[in-house]
Each structure stands twice: as C-alpha cells, then as structure tokens.
Design a protein around this ligand. Structure first.
Ligand SMILES: [Zn+2]
Length: 326
C-alpha cells in the first residue's frame, strides 16, 4: 500500500464527565478506543495536552501516527462554523474556546469541531436509523439536557450563526420552571433527568396520596420508572407529563420541518418504555393534520457512546487535510 495514503481518522466525543477517543478506519470500524475524565482538567490547556497524548498513543497502537488523516471532535455548545466551544454551561472551561485551532496546532492534523447533536445526527445518518434518509431530525435526550439536529436534503441545517436546533430551550410553558439558560418554561426543564425528578417532587408535595416514590432513597428517572412498572399511579403521571411535553415539542418541530423521521437518542431513551405512549398521543394531538401519521418516531438502536465517536469521525473525513503549504 502507498504509505502516503492516510486510512484512519480520530473521533473524539467530549462529554460533561467523560471524553471518548477512537481511531476509526475507512469503513467506520473502531480500531481502538480510550476514555479520559473531562472533569480531571481544570484548564483547557491541560485538557488539550492530556487529550493530545492519548490521541498520539492510540494512533501509534493502530499502525502509526502517519496513517491518521484528520480529527473530528464533538462537544456541547460547539460551533461547527467557528471551530469554537461557545460558553458551555456544563463544561469546566468558560468563555469562547477555539478548540479546533488549539488541537490542530498541537497535533499537526486538521480538526473539525461540531456540536454533540450534529455528530449524533451524522452518526445516525451514516450508521443508524437515518441511513438513506434525506430529511430527518435527531433529538438528543442526554443527562445534560435536550439537543437536536435537523438534516435537510441530506445536509445538516446549522443556522446562520451555527446555533440551530436548540430544542431544549424552546418554551413550552408560559412563565414555567426556571431553566439553566435563565429563561422560564424551557422544554428541557420538563423532559430531562432533572425535569422528570422535579415533576415527581411536585406531584408528591401537592397531595397526600400514597406512592412508592415516597419511599425511594433516591429519585432518578430509573427509580421512578421502576415504580411505574409496579403500577404506581403517581409515577405513571410523572412519565405521562414527560411524554406529553416531549410530544408537544416534537409536534411543533415536525409541523415546521416536515421530516421523514424523528430519531430519539441519548441516555434518557433508556426510559422510553415509560414515556413513548404518552409522547405519541401528544404528538398526534398537536401535530398539523397534513403530516399526522407520516412522521416515524423512532428510538435509536445504536450504542450512544459508540455512535457519537463515529459521528465525530465522519466530521473528520469531511474536513480538508491539514497542510502547512496551503
Ligand atoms: Zn432554557
């Protein structure tokens, strides 16, 4: 084989607690992977140093650094157009961080940076439920919050400043719960981990009705769901409300974008058996009549951490190869 042909890329998924790194070949096979703790690095400089060391050693273990073409990174609050992480509320480093340029300078490789929802949707498009689709929406229901990405005619719609798809911060309740973004009534305050737990607390405080939830040592989406499985009416109401708001948000989304499918991804889809029915009922109730029954609502079948590094690796293939001379 011509030794100048670069046959691999590196995909990096920066998460709130962990950062996953993978070397991926031309077919999308993960050749090696590694994980570092995002929270171990107080400054972004220290993070870039630690990350670069792991990228180099992973590359050396899979045929050599010279065979790596480029790097794709996804992160919360990342902007594909600027290559910057912009004011991420849930990462340790504040402000606007030119992460793509910093990592490129350290590694001497081209670096593409996309937000996590963009990489997730790209992973679903190439390897998952959206394979072969042109117009679809991918929703990320993750521990940190709710994101999304829209694909139109086979391409992501990123918006005029790269901030399209902030689904979690659509207002669904007038003067509702205070959101981490500073506004009130945002969707993610009703359908995220903390939203589900807050609904459970509010229901318990508003009545004296018995509920298995009152005896739980810790309220989490999973422990509340276990109460649903035991027939607990109040726990069922928690998930009915979660499904209602999610279905309402998705109906508005579908009414505007007319997608072939909406694909649900992220850790919170592990609770989907408790919210899918009320979500679909709410979706049908609120969606515009001409597209009712024509949008597939699908839960992703891919492993979340694997899909996101694969999605990041697709971004790596799309970036122009780095050269000092152009
Ligand atoms: Zn918000």
């Amino acid at each position: 084989m011509n030794e100048n042909i670069k046959t691999k890329v590196v995909g990096i998924d920066i998460g709130v607690s962990e950062t996953n790194i993978a070397v991926v070949d031309l077919r999308g096979a993960i050749l090696a992977r590694d994980t570092i703790k995002t929270t171990d690095y107080a400054t972004v400089d220290a993070f870039i140093t630690g990350l670069s060391e792991h990228v180099v050693s992973l590359a050396e273990s899979t045929g050599g650094y010279d065979t790596v073409r480029s790097v794709g990174v996804c992160s919360p609050s990342a902007n594909f157009q600027t290559g910057c992480i912009e004011n991420a509320s849930n990462l340790p480093w504040k402000g606007v961080i030119p992460l793509a340029a910093m990592l490129r300078d350290r590694l001497g490789l081209a670096v593409a940076l996309g937000n996590d929802a963009h990489a997730t949707a790209t992973g679903e498009h190439v390897y998952g439920s959206a394979h072969g689709m042109q117009n679809f929406v991918v929703i990320s229901l993750s521990h940190g919050g709710v994101g999304s990405c829209i694909f139109t005619n086979g391409h992501p719609h990123l918006g005029s400043t790269g901030s399209a798809g902030e689904f979690g911060h659509c207002c669904v309740v007038e003067d509702g719960r205070l959101c981490t973004c500073g506004r009130k009534g945002c969707l993610e305050e009703y359908v995220s981990d903390r939203g589900i737990v807050r609904t459970a607390r509010e229901l318990m405080e508003s009545s004296d009705e018995p509920s298995l939830m009152r005896d739980l040592p810790e309220l989490t989406p999973m422990t509340i769901g276990a109460c649903v499985d035991q027939g607990d009416a109040m726990a069922q109401e928690v998930y009915r409300r979660m499904g209602f708001y999610l279905g309402l948000g998705l109906a508005n989304y579908a009414t505007i974008t007319n997608p072939e499918a909406i694909i649900l991804t992220g850790e919170l889809t592990e609770t989907s058996k408790w919210f899918v029915e009320p979500m679909k009922a709410s979706f049908d109730e609120h969606v515009f009549g001409n597209i009712r029954g024509k949008v597939k609502l699908v839960v992703s079948q891919l492993d979340n951490s694997e899909r996101d590094v694969l999605g990041a690796s697709v971004l790596a293939w799309q970036v122009k190869e780095y050269s000092l001379f152009v």
